[in-house]
Design a protein around this ligand. Sequence first.
Ligand code: MN
Length: 213
Amino acid sequence: MVYTLPKLPYAYDALEPVIDAKTMEIHHTKHHQAYLDKLNKALEKHPELQKKKVEELLKDINKVPEDIRTAVRNHGGGHYNHSLFWQILSPENQEDFIGAVSKGLKESFSDLKNFDEFKNKFEEAAMSRFGSGWVWLVVNKDKKIELITTANQDCPLMEGRIPILGLDVWEHAYYLSYQNKRNEYVQKWWKIINWKKVDELYLTALKGKEFSA
Ligand code: MN
């Protein structure tokens, strides 16, 4: 088995003006594809691992043979993270939390007064991630939602956390429209989150299951 590029659930221009069509097309067909190509290439050395789902490889990253562990971490992480990212975006404007995840967030961030305070906290995390990486909402082992960031393509699954929402803050995700203004990208990004999907992933994560790439 080789890992293949998933189709997007919307057109490349569907997320405009928040994310422009050219950025989406390059991000999907070039960047995501490159992670897949390099993951598939690495696994040629250990064909027995090709049968596994990428999320299984990441959850047990320390069991992946050492000669390809870094490649699986970077490119398997890249494949998984992007597969999830495409799903939690939507052209429908859903600026507010909905469903069970709304309640979960209120419980997990009980020190915050409202959605705007939560957004500020998230944006600060996005701005403080130096260089390339991701900002995440994850469900931890205590079933609480945490806000974390990871470097490069590191996936929260590698440390036993289940991601339910991720924001790609690599420059390739926003540079054509926003250049050095990562903060504008993050602020506008709230308009294109698919909270229905995040809610579904949250309920799945409470049962100990992760998104399947
Ligand atoms: Mn990316």
